[in-house]
Design a protein around this ligand. Structure first.
Ligand code: DON
Length: 545
C-alpha cells in the first residue's frame, strides 16, 4: 500500500531547473543525475535512452529504433529519425507463406522480423551534435546499471513472465532474464554483463563499436544461426536522418511533430483539423457526440495514413496535399454529422501490449527533447544477441506484409509501405512539442502502436480544450478508431453506460480494451517552472530538480 502511494506521488513533479519523465524509475534518475552534473537536455536524453536499454528491456533498446523531436534554447526545431531499415536482402513478399498469406509468425517472431537497428547511431549522433558532456560520461550510469545490476520491479517481473513463450526460445535470452527455469522475479538483482560490455565499447568507440567489429560480428552470427538476413554491409551502411520537423498550427497552438517515415505528425494534424475545439468543449469530454466527432475524425485520418504514407526516401508522400486547408476542408465536409460512418469490412486486427516507450527531458536553458523508441512488440522478436547482450526488434512487421492483411496493430496498409531494401517501415510514433505564442507549452508522447496518434490527440485536447490538469489529462480514459477494423476501441471506463448504448444506436461497433498508451509529458507552468507527469497506467516517474 505504501509502495503504491509512493509510486503515485512520483508520477508528478514540479521543478525549475530541469525535468525528466520516463517509463522506469532508475532511468528517470539517471537523467536527473546528468542534468545535475552540468549536462543539457540532450545529454540527459541520451543517458536515459541508454539506461532504459538496461532497466526497461521490454522497449528500451540498443537493437531497435526511434524518433527524437527537439527544440533548442534558441527556438530551433529538430527531428531525428533513427528508425530501423529493411536489410538489403529483404523483399516485398518475404512474409507470405506458401498459400500467399501474410504470416505474422515470420514478421513478428522470426529473425526475418528484425530491421537494421538505428538506436545506437541515433543516440550517439544526438550526443555528438548537441551534447555538452562526453559520450562516456552520459553512458556511465547505464554501464553501471548493466554491470552492477538493479532490483527488478514487480511490473518488469510480470511483464517478463507474460512474454515467456516469446523469450524462452533463445538460450542467450534465458541466460539474461531467467533464473532456474523461469523469468527473474521481482526483488531479485538483474545483472547484464554482456550488455555492460557492449555499452562500454560504444562509450569509447561510438557508432563504429556497434555497427562494425565484434558487436556487428555477433549480430551477423546470430542472423546466420536463426535464418535472418542482416549482413555486415547492412550494419555498416546504416544512417540515421535529420528530417524537417512537421510544424502546424491548430486551435491557437503550434505543434512540432515527427514527419514521415512516421505517420504520427501528419495524422495528428489531420485529426485536429477535423474537429472544432469550441464544439468539443460544448459537447463535453467523452460524451456520445464527442466520441462520434473524434471517431469520425480518426477514421478519416487513418484512411489516408494507411493508404498514402510510407518512407519519403522511397515513395512519393503527398504531404502538401494531405495537409492543405482546401483538402482538409473537403474531407471534413464528408464526415457524418450525427451518425456512424462505415469503413470497409475487414477482419479485426489483434492488439499487442503497449511496449514501445516514450520519455522527455527539459533543462534550465529551454532545450526540450522528446524521444519515442522501440523494439516494436514487447522484447521485439525475443532473441538476445549472444555475446552482445541486447534484444533484437521485430519492426519489419510495421511494413505492409500484404495489402489488405492487418499487422500486429490491426493496421491494414497499402503499397506505399511495401517492403523494399533499405526502406524504413511506416511508424505511428508521435513525439510532439506544443508551443503557445511561440513559447514552449507542452511536450507529449506515448507508446501504443496505432493508438499512439489518437492518444496524443486526446491528451492535447484534454489540456487545451478542457483545461484539465496535466495529470488528469494523461490519466483520463481514452478511445481509438483507425479506419479498419471499423470499430471504436476504448478503455473500460472511457464512456458511461448510456453513452455506450447511444453510440451503438448510432451504428458504432465498440470494443473494450485493457489500456491504451503510457504517456510521458512536461508542461511549462505560468510561473516558468516545469511540471512533469507520467501515466497512471505504468510505473514510470517524473523527477525534476
Ligand atoms: O513505430 C510504430 O508505430 C510501432 N512500431 C510502435 C510500437 C509500439 O508502440 C509498441 N506498443 N504497442
Amino acid at each position: 500500500m505504501l509502495a503504491a502511494l509512493v509510486s503515485l506521488a512520483s508520477q508528478v513533479a514540479i521543478a525549475s531547473n530541469g525535468m525528466v519523465v520516463s517509463a522506469e524509475p532508475h532511468a528517470t534518475k539517471v537523467g536527473v543525475e546528468i542534468l545535475k552534473a552540468g549536462g543539457n537536455a540532450f545529454d540527459a536524453a541520451v543517458a536515459v535512452g541508454f539506461a532504459l536499454a538496461v532497466t526497461y528491456p521490454q522497449a528500451g533498446n540498443l537493437g531497435g529504433g526511434g524518433f527524437m523531436v527537439a527544440m533548442d534554447a534558441e527556438g530551433n526545431f529538430y527531428a531525428h529519425d533513427f528508425r530501423e531499415t529493411a536489410p538489403a536482402a529483404a523483399s516485398r513478399d518475404m512474409f507470405l507463406n506458401a498459400k500467399g498469406e501474410a504470416d505474422p509468425n515470420l514478421s513478428q517472431r522470426s529473425h526475418l522480423a528484425v530491421g537494421v537497428p538505428g538506436t545506437v547511431e541515433g543516440l550517439v549522433r544526438t550526443q555528438h551534435r548537441f551534447g555538452r558532456l562526453a559520450l562516456r560520461e552520459v553512458m556511465l550510469p547505464a554501464i553501471r546499471l548493466a554491470r552492477d545490476g538493479f532490483i527488478v520491479h514487480e511490473r518488469l517481473a510480470s511483464n517478463l513472465r507474460s512474454s515467456d513463450s516469446l523469450l524462452r526460445r533463445f538460450e542467450a535470452t534465458r541466460t539474461s532474464f531467467y533464473r532456474g527455469g523461469s523469468t527473474i522475479a521481482a526483488g531479485q538483482t538483474l545483472k547484464q554483463p554482456e550488455l555492460a560490455r557492449t555499452l562500454e565499447r560504444i562509450s569509447y568507440g561510438g557508432r563504429a563499436a556497434f555497427y562494425e567489429g565484434p558487436v556487428a560480428d555477433a549480430i551477423v552470427q546470430e542472423m546466420k544461426r536463426g535464418g535472418g538476413i542482416i549482413t555486415h554491409e547492412d550494419l555498416k551502411t546504416y544512417r540515421s536522418q535529420w528530417r524537417v520537423p512537421l510544424v502546424f498550427d491548430r486551435h491557437g497552438y503550434t505543434l512540432v511533430s515527427m514527419p514521415p517515415p512516421s505517420s504520427g505528425g501528419v495524422t495528428l494534424a489531420q485529426i485536429l483539423a477535423f474537429v472544432d475545439p469550441a464544439e468539443l468543449r460544448t459537447l463535453g469530454r467523452n460524451s456520445t457526440m464527442y466520441a462520434q466527432r473524434m471517431a469520425e475524425a480518426q477514421r478519416l485520418a487513418f484512411a489516408d495514413r494507411n493508404e498514402h504514407l510510407g518512407d519519403p526516401d522511397f515513395v512519393d508522400v503527398p504531404l502538401d496535399r494531405l495537409l492543405s486547408q482546401s483538402y482538409l476542408n473537403a474531407r471534413k465536409a464528408t464526415m457524418p454529422k450525427n451518425s456512424a460512418g462505415k469503413s470497409e469490412n475487414v477482419r479485426a486486427g489483434r492488439f499487442e501490449r503497449e511496449e514501445t516507450t516514450h520519455y522527455c527531458v527539459a533543462d534550465s536553458e529551454g532545450n526540450i527533447v522528446a524521444v519515442t523508441y522501440t523494439l516494436n512488440g514487447s522484447y521485439g522478436m525475443g532473441a538476445i544477441v549472444p555475446g552482445a547482450g541486447f534484444l533484437l526488434n521485430n519492426e519489419m512487421d510495421d511494413f505492409t506484409s500484404k495489402p489488405g492483411s492487418p499487422n500486429m496493430f490491426g493496421l491494414v496498409q497499402g503499397e506505399k509501405n511495401a517492403i523494399q531494401p533499405g526502406k524504413r517501415m511506416l511508424s505511428s510514433m508521435t513525439p510532439t512539442i506544443v508551443l503557445k505564442d511561440g513559447k514552449f507549452a507542452l511536450t507529449i508522447g506515448t507508446p501504443g502502436g496505432s493508438t499512439i496518434i489518437t492518444t496524443a490527440a486526446q491528451v492535447f485536447l484534454n489540456v487545451t480544450v478542457f483545461g484539465m490538469s496535466l495529470k488528469d489529462a494523461v490519466d483520463s480514459p481514452r478511445f481509438h478508431h483507425q479506419h479498419l477494423p471499423d470499430r471504436i476501441d476504448h478503455e473500460r471506463d472511457a464512456f458511461t453506460n448510456s453513452a455506450l448504448a447511444e453510440l451503438r444506436k448510432l451504428g458504432y461497433t465498440l470494443q473494450s480494451r485493457g489500456s491504451m498508451g503510457l504517456v510521458a509529458a512536461i508542461q511549462r507552468l505560468p510561473d516558468g517552472r516545469y511540471l512533469g507527469t507520467y501515466d497512471r497506467r505504468g510505473y514510470g516517474t517524473a523527477e525534476g530538480y
